[in-house]
Design a protein around this ligand. Structure first.
Ligand SMILES: C[S@@+](CC[C@H](N)C(=O)[O-])C[C@H]1O[C@@H](n2cnc3c(N)ncnc32)[C@H](O)[C@@H]1O
Length: 304
């Protein structure tokens, strides 16, 4: 399995699938042409897939245009974005709170890529939040200064090497991406479900309607497109997010995502599990080689 410690991850992002990427990649068939990530965020799965040669190309899409512009800049101008980050990181020293507010105002006026990277590195829980007018309004995490510039430079340059010439970037609604995928591709979808992506109060939050998403999945299945969805999950007996309907005939896998820090603080011993749903077309491609996927159904299989 992939060693996640070397995989670049330049954009800190709440809800990143960095830790789960090795398990998700385990369900990729051989010889995938393009990996489509319609809800890319920090693109953890795409970067890991390129890193481990699981796919030839990736298509990164996210409705957040400044985020996609940041990805383009990381890919095409790694020197310039790393040095902008380094200057900002150094300029903030001794004046972190005021400096954060200044960068946030500047980002809200100009939407510059380096400003977004700095805000992501410094804000609470690496969680993008916008107010009703579309202004970035997340507060800084005053205990941390953000990723060290040397580490950031390493992540940016490594990500750029992986993405250059192999990535397409778009910032449109996910539905417009799905019809581009073919049977030799794979689609990985991680939509913003409740309470995880930090988008509760943003203009982006309401764009995912459950029924719209379910019908998009049905249409991918009808066209035999292989896909994987991250959706709901649970900590102990407490579930979050809605389960995808059985009518989709997806294979439901529960992945152990670690111990809940919240539960530990409260003296309870609860593990967190995240759901992965594997599409029928992908199951048939994997079935021949994979005893984990012997049948299509919703009885969760456990992966540790
Ligand atoms: C859970 S996050 C994805 C995290 C990602 N898997 C990672 O590893 O960082 C969901 C993403 O979907 C994006 N999004 C929300 N609504 C969308 C839409 N209608 N179309 C495309 N992207 C959307 C959000 O901006 C957010 O970045």
């Amino acid at each position: 399995m992939l060693n996640k410690t070397n995989v670049p991850h330049p954009i800190p992002y709440q809800g990143s699938k960095r830790m789960l990427a090795p398990i998700i990649l385990d369900y990729f068939p051989k010889d995938v042409s393009t990996l489509y990530e319609p809800f890319a965020g920090s693109a953890a799965v795409s970067i890991a897939a390129l890193f481990s040669d699981k796919v030839k190309r990736v298509h990164l899409n996210d409705i957040n245009k400044p985020l996609i512009n940041l990805w383009k800049m990381i890919t095409d101008n790694p020197i310039s974005i790393s040095s902008a980050y380094k200057s900002m990181w150094q300029e903030q020293i001794g004046n972190e709170r005021t400096y954060y507010d200044l960068v946030r105002d500047r980002f809200n006026a100009n939407q510059q890529e380096a400003d977004l990277l700095y805000l992501m590195a410094r804000c609470v829980k690496a969680s993008i939040r916008y107010n009703a007018c579309g202004q970035f309004n997340q507060s800084p995490d005053n205990r941390r200064k953000g990723m060290n510039p040397t580490t950031m430079t390493y992540h940016i340059h490594s990500a750029s090497r992986l993405l250059k010439g192999r990535a397409i970037f778009t910032a449109i609604d996910y539905l417009e991406i799905l019809n581009q995928a073919t049977v030799s591709d794979i689609v990985y979808m991680d939509p913003p479900y409740q309470g995880v992506c930090g988008q509760r109060d943003s203009r982006y939050s309401n764009s995912i309607a459950f029924d719209r998403f379910v019908s998009a999945l049905q249409s991918l299945s009808d066209n035999n497109i292989p896909y994987i969805v991250s959706y709901d999950g649970r900590t102990g007996d407490k579930t979050y997010g809605m389960k995808l309907p059985e009518s989709l005939r997806l294979n439901h896998i529960e992945v152990h995502a670690g111990r809940s820090s919240q539960a530990t603080l409260l003296g309870r011993n609860h593990d967190t599990y995240e759901s992965l749903y594997i599409s029928p077309a992908l199951i048939s491609r994997l079935n021949a080689h994979d005893s984990r996927l012997s049948s299509v159904g919703q009885t969760p299989l456990f992966v540790y």
